[in-house]
Design a protein around this ligand. Structure first.
Ligand SMILES: Cc1ncc(COP(=O)(O)O)c(C=O)c1O
Length: 401
């Protein structure tokens, strides 16, 4: 966040969260527009060569270049920071840019990283394939077992990575307990909070140091843009994040940042409706004779229901299940209202076959470890009338064996 924005904008620090989500970071131009303006510019002009020199040297305040900072992006970052009670935020071009750069900015060759193996396919690929290429040792463990965290975190561990609930099997990791183990070993705790969103789960309050988001999911929530964010304290931001991101350039476009900052305004209301629809669908699936293993953190049959209830306020927008005796493709193709799409957290309900899409890259052995079978289906419950959604599922289940 550039200092100049802090001077121009109103201070929304003392307000409640939903007020901050509607107004936080708002800086009006000389035209007094109601909605946030979009500053769709790559560079900034300087009055003189001396001013340019002084701004680049940090002697006077002001934006330098939109890879470093931009007023629209700053508004998004400020709104995210307020929503999460974080000291700092850096917006990124995608959720994966947030995940990857939150790790790479602080890791050196010889460091070790620990994460649960129950991860989104691209996150798994980073730990399994990319980090080892740079001499970083990764330990992928059963993240639900605290003993395993104890066993694998040591003085070489630079950071640990937690995805909870995990995609798509919805494993829950105890953020507080694992953060304590990590901090005893001076390791940083990074949490991927994409499934829960800042509305349902507050990782920083639970002990995490860094939180990453795919804004593509619930924050936009309307299928319009790719984007992400990394939230942290000032120390991590200044020491690792800012220098790394400014020079490597995974910057978000101001237009996408504008879409996401408008999304935050309605996030809380949308999130509650996503959850209300999801639990009704989960309960319907739980009792269906053609369905095995309905997984939803808000259902009392979830193996970590108590932990989920402790660290999340509701179960989220995603329900995963397996079809008992049939090919999942028959069920997916029979749906009329759900769209077949690998995104989640959208107003439109979406259906995905994780084994052949989001988790294809990790191969059959990886999927076996993550308990992702070929019969598994993931639903992202949108904001349609839930009775129409249940009727659609019911109709399609009649077509499968
Ligand atoms: C848990 C998780 N992390 C990260 C990402 C990546 O987000 P993006 O698609 O915005 O890069 C996803 C996307 O599905 C995800 O589910």
């Amino acid at each position: 966040m550039e200092k100049i924005v802090k001077i121009l904008q109103k201070n929304y620090q003392g307000y409640r969260k939903q007020t901050q989500r509607v107004r936080g970071g708002l800086v009006r131009s000389q035209f007094g527009e109601t909605s946030e303006a979009i500053f769709m510019n790559s560079g900034y002009v300087f009055e003189s060569a001396e001013e340019a020199q002084a701004r680049f040297a940090g002697e006077i305040d002001g934006y330098l270049y939109s890879r470093y900072g931009n007023p629209t992006v700053s508004t998004f970052e400020e709104r995210m920071s307020l929503s999460e009670n974080a000291e700092a935020c850096f917006a990124t071009s995608s959720g994966m840019a947030a995940v990857f750069n939150s790790l790479m900015c602080c890791l050196n060759s010889g460091d070790e990283v620990v994460s649960s193996w129950s991860l989104f396919g691209s996150c798994y690929h980073i730990f399994d394939q990319i980090l080892p290429r740079f001499g970083i040792k990764t330990h992928l463990i059963d993240g639900t077992d605290l003993e395993e965290w104890h066993e694998h975190i040591n003085e070489k561990t630079k950071c640990i990575f937690i995805e909870t609930p995990s995609n798509p099997t919805m494993e829950i990791i105890d953020i507080s307990a694992v953060s304590k183990i990590a901090h005893q070993n001076n390791a940083l705790v990074i949490v991927d909070n994409i499934f829960a969103s800042p509305i349902l789960q507050k990782p920083i309050e639970l002990g995490a140091d860094v939180v990453v988001y795919s804004g593509t999911k619930h924050i936009d929530g309307q299928g319009r843009s790719i984007g992400g964010a990394i939230l942290s304290d000032n120390k991590y931001y200044e020491e690792f994040l800012k220098p790394f991101l400014r020079h490597t350039g995974p910057t978000i476009s101001p237009f996408n940042a504008w879409i996401l900052l408008k999304g935050i305004e309605t996030l809380e209301y949308r999130m509650h409706q996503h959850c209300d629809n999801a639990i009704k669908v989960a309960k319907y699936l739980l009792d269906h004779p053609k369905i095995d293993n309905t997984i939803y953190p808000g259902l009392s049959n979830h193996p970590q229901f108590n932990l989920a209830t402790k660290q999340m306020t509701k179960g989220g927008s995603v329900v995963t299940f397996t079809i008992k005796n049939d090919n999942a493709f028959n069920f997916i193709n029979g749906l009329k209202l759900f769209d077949i799409s690998n995104n989640l957290g959208d107003t439109k309900s979406l259906v995905t076959h994780p084994a052949s899409t989001t988790h294809r890259v990790i191969g059959e052995s990886g999927r076996k470890k993550l308990k992702i079978s070929n019969n598994m289906v993931r639903l992202s419950l949108g904001l349609e009338d839930v009775e129409d959604l249940i009727e659609d599922i019911d109709h399609s289940l009649k077509l499968v064996q």
